[in-house]
Design a protein around this ligand. Structure first.
Ligand code: FAD
Length: 458
């Protein structure tokens, strides 16, 4: 296609963290960029998020004297997921995440040292939380459009790519075709599309109507489907992040209270209940029926409090007990019978747990001392817990380390680039850490933007 026949050099479809980064970088490379978003404003799930960005070897870490590097981050990613990832893509992600965080700092996003924490199970503080959360990341990226050739069209859902032979040559919207030298797909995930959850994320679909999605309503997998329609391959299966919930209210609680004692159907504890949310759903999946009960007693109910858990107060718990969402019984044996837990094993488990509470040391799962509250005072309570909150999805278009979308023969689909939740290959069964998704979106957004601009210039 000749340059004269184009409406734009690069079209970016979907503008959360990935698309905004792609657009501004493509424009910095001299491209005239069109950004199209289905929403009435830019930002997508990125702007709804907590804004944690996972990276190694950053200036924020250095200020705290933390020695870290991308090679260790890469090893961690691969090992925690038994190497079932796309190594070259993950390698690029790990090596570019630090520089991408520095770039966000240069655009005005604040990552304070006091908000750096261990967001994975690696024991190294790599979770950088943006002051102002995800919205501040989106705003800074959007702000960086100033002075660049970026046109923005909102309220426009793109559903089709325009092909010229075997090359992607633009998009089709209800206002007609728009032609470009390259297209970046950054439409986010498919958490809000039950049919695609059933096809590609069965662990989420298994929860049926009880599951709910907490991100942008436009996360319908459009980019994935547009890509598939032109022959793109899919990477990953059954990938994403589910959070545990009692389902009493459809609100986001990244952690349930640490004083709950999780008991499986066999009557046993199976995890430190305050383990990182990134891995809890995966641990629960291994339990009988993929569910458990949070057990506590009247002494805990009467004094209940937990950070960031507004529904775990004495009054609210009383309400859920009255509505029978929380089951109660005068003895542990009766509670076990009521909810279908093996009673004899539960008796032993609670006996051991209470002894550990008295000793101030969890000798079975090593939960922090501050959460240890014995279970002795009747009545006793059981709250059902399942992985029903769909936070994001991790199956998507297969890309290479240059963010080029690949077909099933592992060839680049010419003119097509992908980034963020719309792509796959960088997430395994275990979510590496809080911040890995935004880290991936912005990092590969930059890669996609630069390479789309270079491709369009050829
Ligand atoms: C409440 C919450 C908290 C989270 N916290 C964190 C966190 O702290 N750290 C972390 O790493 N991850 C977090 N996540 C996940 C993370 O926010 C997302 O995975 C990430 O932001 C996705 O970025 P993205 O750019 O790929 O997609 P999005 O930010 O979702 O952007 C996609 C954009 O594409 C648009 N779009 C979709 N379809 C079309 C179409 N057909 N045509 C045009 N436009 C379209 C959408 O409107 C949207 O603007 C959180 C998610 C939620 C919901």
């Amino acid at each position: 296609m000749s340059k004269a026949a184009r409406d734009f050099d690069v079209i970016v479809v979907g503008a959360g963290g990935a698309g905004l980064a792609a657009a501004t970088v493509a424009a910095s490379e001299g491209a005239h960029v069109l950004v199209v978003d289905a929403d009435k404003k830019l930002g997508g799930s990125t702007s709804l998020s907590t804004g944690v960005f996972y990276a190694a070897g950053t200036s924020v870490q250095k200020k705290l004297g933390i020695e870290d590097n991308p090679a260790d981050q890469y090893r961690y990613y691969m090992n925690v997921n038994q190497h079932k990832l796309e190594p070259s893509v993950v390698h690029r992600l790990c090596h570019d995440s630090g520089p991408t965080l520095e770039w966000l700092l240069s655009l005005g996003v604040e990552f304070k040292t006091q908000d750096l924490y261990c967001s994975g199970v690696d024991g190294i503080p790599r979770g950088h939380m943006a002051a102002g959360h995800g919205a501040s990341i989106a705003e800074a990226l959007e702000g960086s459009f100033t002075g660049k050739k970026v046109d923005v069209v909102l309220n426009t859902r793109v559903q089709q790519l325009l092909m010229e032979g075997d090359t992607v040559a633009g998009i089709v919207t209800e206002d007609g075709p728009f032609r470009a030298g390259a297209v970046v797909i950054s439409t986010g995930g498919f958490g809000n599309n039950p049919r695609m959850l059933a096809e590609l994320y069965p662990d989420a679909a298994r929860q049926g109507d009880a599951a709910w999605y907490i991100g942008s309503k436009h996360s319908r997998g459009d980019g994935l489907n547009m890509g598939r329609a032109v022959g793109a391959d899919i990477a990953g299966y059954n990938r994403g992040l589910l959070l545990l919930t009692t389902g009493f209210v459809q609100e986001l609680e990244s952690h349930l209270p640490g004083w709950l004692v999780y008991i499986n159907r066999e009557g046993r504890r199976f995890v430190d209940e305050y383990t990182e949310y990134s891995v809890l759903a995966e641990v629960l999946r291994e339990q009988l029926a993929g569910e458990c009960f949070g057990i506590f007693d009247e002494a805990t109910r009467a004094t209940a409090k937990a950070p960031n858990c507004p529904n775990w107060t004495p009054d609210r718990l009383d309400h859920f007990i009255k509505t029978k969402q929380i089951k109660s019984a005068p003895t542990l044996a009766e509670l076990a019978d009521l909810v279908g837990i093996r009673a004899e094993t539960l008796a032993t488990t609670i006996e051991n747990y209470n002894a550990d509470c008295d000793a101030g040391h969890d000798s079975w799962f090593f939960k922090e001392k501050k959460w240890l509250q014995a279970i002795r005072k009747p009545p006793f309570y059981a709250a059902p817990i399942r992985p029903q909150v769909v936070c994001w999805t991790g199956t998507g278009l297969r890309i290479d380390r240059e963010a080029r979308v690949l077909n099933r023969a592992d060839r680049h689909i010419k003119g097509l680039f992908g980034a963020g939740e719309a792509t796959g290959g960088m997430f395994g069964e275990c979510y590496a850490a809080g911040g890995a998704s935004i880290g991936n979106a912005v990092t590969f957004g930059r890669v996609a933007g630069r390479n789309a601009a270079l491709f369009a210039r050829r």
